[in-house]
Design a protein around this ligand. Structure first.
Ligand code: AMP
Ligand code: MG
Length: 495
């Protein structure tokens, strides 16, 4: 007998009342879009076996692999500020969990695998474009060192699904530290089911904060840990210009991984008001609003955990408030450290105020002149190498306005007394040259959707998963889109 494709151990499915057993829908004509062999290996899976026809049938949902216990997970969520007490996996299934090579429990889950009891009016399907967008952006985020769910496989189903226009269908296989969301806690809290909130919290603690297991104050300590993880995560987003686009509470994990790549995109010209999502008409999830929204979502998480914090309501609330107020401090510290690294600076507390002002001045200049965020940092290393031109070119005929800032920055770098080339090399290992540029993502998804041509997708995936190394062949992919390519750029949820 051959060994199973996945050595599943399904802890979540064993938890009483948190999910519903369900099966993926069969699809007519599976075809590979992507298999992430590196990730398969990290998970301790046999990539060759997964690449077989058997693997294709599994990733299409046509064959449930041995040991899987597919379930649809229950969750609720605040969507654009309004509460829906029941959302849940309407087009997703948790197949099961595996323990990876480092001993970490990882979820293997489908997206686009058909209707479930949580589907409401939806068809349970996903389209090729949004599935490939999730592969590209989540793998780019991983390469940038940002905690994220990963993409293990993507398979076209051979089905046509109905959206604004008919689109080819696909199934994504996603890997996550867990799929436990703020909204998962909200689902049970909204039903006053404190015992299930406790069951869920203890499970989450076992997975994400094992050092807290068995401690009496573990729930508050867990909450503090989630606050810290989210503060760090959003600071990391801000440091690369990532806009999540739909930071509803059902799209925020307690693991601290970025999840649910729908209308997400990267900033090009720096502007904190930037919004790409077609449904975010009020800019709730604009780039600059992300820290505040994360904190708002964390307040919703605290509300679900209050009965576990303390038997006395007032004391529970006081403890939650203190923990939540810690968010700003954590966020500010991470944000400053990340941006300091971007400028090649070694920080020390005495420099905090001055360095924060230095970073903010650069961001203000970028905002005023619509300079490209990514290259505005990346090309600074060339300035240290004595080649000013490329950086100045980002400012067009306005570059004289940057003179004072450059002088201040150079003085601060010089004061560190390090060889300029060392600082420049460090900056190049921090500031990506390649991000998933919006026009390139669109081109890649369009070719895959319209004619099944995966070449642009594959090329772009290779580029964005090696974001720091300069390569002359890929030089054009580092450049922002032209105004014609980027004006009015809109992204859509995967629905
Ligand atoms: P999302 O926008 O992907 O975060 O999804 C929000 C909610 O809508 C979740 O409960 C999803 O499961 C559900 N949903 C999104 N698209 C579909 C679909 N095509 N069919 C069924 N449910 C969906
Ligand atoms: Mg979601």
């Amino acid at each position: 007998m051959s060994s199973p494709l996945f050595p599943f151990d399904n802890a979540y499915a064993r938890l009483d009342g948190l999910s519903v057993p369900w099966q993926p829908a069969a699809v007519p004509a599976p075809r590979w879009l992507h298999l992430n062999r590196g990730l398969a290996d990290e998970l301790g899976l046999d990539a060759e076996a997964l690449a077989s026809d058997d693997g294709l049938a599994v990733f299409a949902g046509n064959r449930v692999p041995e040991g899987a216990q597919p379930v649809a997970q229950a969750y609720a969520g605040h969507q654009f500020g309004g509460f829906s007490p029941q959302l849940g996996d309407g087009r997703a299934l948790l197949l099961g969990e595996v323990i990876d090579r480092q001993g970490r429990r990882r979820d293997i889950a489908f997206k686009g695998s058909g209707r479930t009891p949580f589907s409401r009016g939806g068809d349970g399907k996903a389209a090729v474009g949004p599935v490939l967008r999730e592969v590209l952006i989540s793998e780019a985020m991983h390469a940038l060192g940002i905690p994220t769910t990963r993409a293990l496989a993507a398979v076209a189903t051979g089905e046509t699904i109905r959206r604004e226009r008919p689109l080819p269908g696909a199934v994504l296989t996603r890997v996550a530290a867990s799929h436990i969301r703020v909204g998962t806690f909200q689902f049970f809290a909204a039903r006053s089911d404190t015992e299930r909130v406790r069951l869920l919290a203890d499970h989450a603690i076992g997975r994400h904060d094992p050092a807290l297991v068995g401690r009496e104050d573990r729930f508050l300590a867990f909450y503090e840990a989630v606050v810290q993880r989210q503060a760090r995560l959003v600071a990391q987003w801000m440091s690369v210009g990532f806009i999540h686009g739909v930071m509803n509470t059902d799209n925020m994990t307690v693991s601290g991984e970025t999840i649910d790549y729908g209308p997400c995109a990267f900033l090009e010209p720096y502007d904190p008001q930037t919004v790409f999502s077609s449904i975010d008409t009020h800019g709730r999830y604009a780039f600059g609003n992300q820290p505040g929204i994360a904190q708002w979502n964390l307040a919703r998480l605290a509300e679900t955990l209050l009965p576990l914090f303390h038997a006395d309501e007032e004391q529970a609330l006081a403890a939650a408030t203190r923990a939540l107020e810690g968010f700003a401090g954590h966020f500010d510290r991470h944000w400053l450290n990340l941006h300091r690294l971007k400028l090649g600076l070694r920080g020390d507390a005495a420099d905090d105020e001055a360095d924060r002002a230095l970073v903010n001045s650069l961001l203000q200049l970028m905002h005023g002149h619509r300079a490209d965020f990514t290259l505005g940092f990346r090309r600074l290393s060339s300035v240290l190498r004595g080649a000013l031109q490329d950086w100045l070119a980002l400012w067009g005929d306005q570059h004289a306005a940057t003179g004072d800032w450059l002088a201040r920055w150079q003085q601060r770098v010089d004061a560190q007394g390090e060889p300029a080339h060392d600082v420049a090399a460090r900056m190049d290992a921090t500031n990506p040259l390649f991000i998933p540029r919006n026009h390139l993502v669109e081109n890649a998804l369009e070719a895959a959707t319209e004619s099944g041509d995966l070449r642009a997708f594959e090329r772009l995936l290779t580029i964005v998963t090696d974001p720091y190394t300069e390569r002359s062949d890929d030089a054009p992919a580092a450049l922002p889109g032209t105004p014609e390519q980027t004006q009015g750029y809109r992204t859509f949820c995967g629905t």
